[in-house]
Design a protein around this ligand. Sequence first.
Ligand code: SF4
Length: 221
Amino acid sequence: MIIYPIPYPVLELLGRIIVLSLIVFVILILVALFFLVVIFFTKRVILPKLALFMITMMHEPLRRLLSFFRVDPTLVDRVSVEIGNAVNYPEFVRTKLEERVLLMPQCVRSIDCPAKLSSLEGIKCIECGRCEIAKLSAICKELGIRLYISPGGTFTKRILLYNRGRVKAVVGVACYPNLYEGMLNIKLAGIPAQGVPLKTTGCVNTTVDTQEIVAKCKMVA
Ligand code: SF4
């Protein structure tokens, strides 16, 4: 007779719980994958809140699954950003221009950028004209929108804290993985965000679609 260190009924229960958890996990990832594929191929955001919830919950497993099948895992970030934009749109367009902030990544700057770093306001552009931020900075001043250049990941939180109560909406520019993370953090702070991806990525001399950024900043209902 076999003597189990754990009573047999407990082992059986544990086995059932593990099998059930696996089944639930597979169902969740299949549903998230369904949303991902449909939204990517049809370019239509169906059931946006549910889709965003499912893809956010299954974000890392989905990225690993795509990598396993040699599909670019940033596809998950790209679709998440598009859904986030759709979900946040109604709240975003209700805000005034002067309540909005444009957050630019520092990789857009010229490598000869003469701007100085401020601990509270990030990198302070002096509109030297060596990169596209000069144009965006001038347009933002006209529109009454505050522009910040983020020197790093935690800066977004600091800016939101620094401008607490004054920032009601954010337009963020970054590569898709950073946009996904940034938009999630901003959403957790209760602020609607719109994301605009970089035109060309990399860590230096990245490029942006200025017209698209300005169009996002100016969006109204
Ligand atoms: S335009 Fe602004 S951000 Fe761009 S290089 Fe000049 S000072 Fe730096």
